[in-house]
Design a binder for this molecule. Structure first.
Ligand SMILES: [Zn+2]
Ligand SMILES: [Zn+2]
Length: 156
């Protein structure tokens, strides 16, 4: 619920009430109520729509079949855009599950994969950044694989 909107409407109603008759005030109040109710109804429209789609309801309905295939096409376009971004900036998405990464993430929030930022080295146990030639993690003491190992961070 947008409270700033309500505040605006209340002060607007107060101003209008001073200049109008009781009937008009009541009409304004009722119109406001209709606006609120219609807003609530349209929010259900959207919720019901995604419920029907996510629960795979009404699979035989021709309109919904069309909508579903259109959404699939849009999702494919999203995937295409994502893979183009990954080509440009491989560090923005998880290489394992494709989830978007926050800046300088050490782990993927979706699948927990250790993210290797270029030019940096991390402890495979706790994810702390370590020196490029460190033998042990300075935070948790885990022995680190040799710095020149190409398999520094096995997926787990
Ligand atoms: Zn991931
Ligand atoms: Zn550690």
């Amino acid at each position: 619920m947008d409270f700033s909107d309500i505040g605006k409407r209340i002060s607007q109603m107060a101003q209008e009430a001073m200049a109008t008759s009781p009937e008009q005030t009541e009409v304004i109040r009722l119109k406001g109520a209709i606006r609120d109710l219609e807003k609530e109804i349209s929010s259900f429209d959207a919720q019901v729509g995604s419920y029907v789609l996510s629960q795979q309801l009404l699979l035989d309905d021709p309109y919904l079949r069309q909508v579903r295939s259109h959404i699939q096409m849009l999702q494919k376009q999203v995937q295409d855009c994502k893979s183009q971004i990954i080509q440009l900036r491989p560090d923005l998405y998880c290489p394992q599950c494709g989830a978007e990464l926050k800046q300088n993430s050490r782990f993927c929030e979706s699948c927990g994969m250790v993210i290797v930022q270029p030019g940096k080295r991390y402890c495979p146990t706790c994810g702390s950044e370590t020196g490029l030639d460190a033998s042990f993690c300075g935070v948790c003491g885990t022995p680190l694989p040799p710095a020149n190992s190409s398999m520094m961070y096995p997926q787990g």
